[in-house]
Every structure is written in C-alpha cells, then in structure tokens.
Design a protein around this ligand. Structure first.
Ligand SMILES: Nc1ncnc2c1ncn2[C@@H]1O[C@H](COP(=O)(O)OP(=O)(O)OP(=O)(O)O)[C@@H](O)[C@H]1O
Ligand SMILES: [Mg+2]
Length: 301
C-alpha cells in the first residue's frame, strides 16, 4: 500500500480550477518533492491531503484513509508544517511545544520526553524560555518542525519549509528530514529550490493545477529528448532572439543564468561550433522548462 494515493484529485474555487485531476502515488518511507511555480496548486493539494480542504472531485487516500470522509483519522496520524509556520510568537519555545503536545494528546512523562527530544533536534536545548518572536528564521523553522512531529506522525507534509531561511539552516533542516525518512517517515515537501528537489526520491512537477511530470530525478533527466548544449555568448539575449527566429536550428533554446541552453538533435549540433558548445547533463530546471513548454504546446489549439 502506498502512503499517499490520489486519483484525479481536483479542487475548484468558483470557476477557477486550482488542482486539476492530479493522480500520484507516494511510497512509504520515501521523500516526494512537489515542485511548481507560484499559484500552481501545491498548497491546495497538500491541504486536501491533510484533510483540511474537501476535494471537488476525484479521490485521495492517506495511510489508507479517505481524504474526504476520514479527515479526523488523517489529522491524527500526520504532521503538517504550513507555509506560514503556525507558531505563536508571544509564547516561549517551551510553551509552543507544550501547546502542540496538548493538541496531539501527549501527556505526562511521555510528553516531557518528546518535548526534550524536539528541543534537542531543533538545537534549542537550554533556550526553552526564549520568546518565539525573538528566534531567527532557521530556529523558528526547526521549532515549527518539532511542533509538527511531536506525535511521531507516519507522514509529514512540509509546505515550503525552507522559504526565507539561510542556506546553512536549509542544509541543517534537510539533514533532519533525511533522518526522519531513514527512520521510516513518509515525507511530501513542496519547494521552489531545485537543489532541494534533487535529493527527493521522486518529484512531481505541477503547473497550472496539472501534474505534468512525476518520476525520480534521474529518470526525469533521461526523459528529455536530444542533446543539451551550453553556449557562452557575449550577448546571450541577442543570440537567443536570432536562434528563436531560425526554424529547425534546434528543438528549444532559452536563457540559463548568463548562458544559453540549446536542446538539439544530433544532426543539429554542428551548427553551434562557433560558440564553443559544451554538452551538459540536464538539471531539474532544464527538465522543468522542457515539460512546461511541452505542456503549453499541447494546450495550443
Ligand atoms: N480559498 C481560495 N479561494 C480562491 N482561490 C484560491 C483559494 N486558495 C487558493 N486559491 C487559488 O488557487 C491557486 C493555487 O493556489 P495554491 O496556494 O495552491 O498555489 P501554490 O502552488 O501553493 O503557490 P505558492 O508557491 O505561491 O505557495 C492560486 O491561483 C490561488 O489564488
Ligand atoms: Mg503554496
């Protein structure tokens, strides 16, 4: 049995479809990365899976429980860290943990022990009397994580957990996440950071409410057709415009940082010798660009 399973899961708001027939499976103990631009439907999907928002159509199961009819069982068995950490700023670190421990029904010695463990995990041992408002981003983030996993949930939903924290805190956070996954927790995480997605077992790309690709990072990279070249040009924007106007020059061309990435068929590659092309392995960003463009072409009448 999969930890998370959806079939044509859909959510509309009025006449707007925020999540459009999403079908996906997440294996137990794996890390599933959910990637997509702003407004693509990531949080809406997560909220449905957490039993917080009713689907408009389709089905979803989390730990075997139906997201529409068994939301209470789901809520008791999952951890959820929302996009805006749901911490109380005017409570101390300890008070926040105690509040969530109470919410999950932890009592007595077990509560005390779990709170201690979460303080240690967050690196906040000895700082339990500090006001939450005074913690910097990384500490707040780890405290929010601690509050979400006090009850040892089997599944953890993280909605952009690393937004607004520095790279060092992000790395530290991911180390904790790997540890949880290694111990058997299933993790579904949304992120804007492609480097974070690289470390997921599987990735789903969501675009305009649709799941446009879903596989392991390695398989997604292999799925792009042709050869990817990196070109250095003095004026990449000018070269981009020139290439875009030439039909049959390449499969695709786009700016990538200060360089150009050109996707070509083997027989098209020779035409790019003048720009010292380097054959490169696609990054997840390249994969994302490819799937978004393919999807747009499909949508064109
Ligand atoms: N309660 C609501 N009522 C109306 N529209 C909504 C509601 N919640 C979300 N939407 C719309 O649905 C779309 C998807 O929103 P969602 O929050 O799921 O996107 P997201 O992928 O999480 O974006 P972000 O990366 O910015 O967090 C957006 O256009 C949003 O405005
Ligand atoms: Mg969101």
């Amino acid at each position: 049995m999969y930890a998370i399973q959806t079939e044509q899961l859909t959510r509309v708001f009025g006449r707007f479809t925020a999540v459009d027939k999403v079908t996906l499976n997440v294996e137990k103990g794996s890390i599933y990365g959910f990637l997509g631009p702003n407004g693509s439907g990531k949080s809406t999907t997560i909220r449905m899976l957490c039993g917080l928002l009713a689907p408009s159509a389709g089905r979803g199961r989390v730990l075997g429980y139906d997201v529409a009819g068994e939301s209470e069982q789901i809520k008791a068995n999952i951890g959820y860290m929302s996009q805006k950490f749901s911490l109380y700023d005017d409570l101390t670190v300890l008070e926040n943990l105690a509040f969530y421990a109470g919410l999950y029904g932890l009592t007595g010695e077990y509560q005390r022990r779990r709170v201690e463990e979460m303080l240690a995990m967050a690196g906040l041992t000895g700082r339990h009397d500090e006001l939450t408002a005074n913690l910097s981003g990384g500490w707040k983030q780890r405290l929010a994580l601690g509050c979400a996993i006090l009850h040892k949930p089997q599944i953890l939903f993280l909605d952009e957990p690393t937004g607004g924290v520095d790279p060092k805190a992000r790395r530290l956070f991911w180390e904790i996440i790997y540890g949880l996954a290694a111990a058997g927790t299933t993790i579904m995480v949304t992120t804007h950071f492609m480097d974070e997605a690289e470390h997921c077992d599987k990735i789903g790309f969501i675009f305009e409410g649709r799941l446009i690709a879903d596989d392991t990072p390695g398989k997604l990279k292999e799925s792009i057709p042709g050869i990817l070249l990196e070109l250095r040009a003095d004026d990449p924007v000018l070269l981009l415009e020139t290439l875009e106007q030439q039909e049959n020059a390449c499969l695709d061309v786009y700016l990538y940082g200060a360089n150009l990435h050109v996707l070509v068929l083997p027989e098209q590659a020779d035409a790019f010798e003048a720009w010292q092309p380097k054959v490169i392995r696609p990054s997840l960003e390249d994969v994302f660009v490819y799937y978004v463009k393919t999807r747009r072409k499909e949508m064109r009448p």
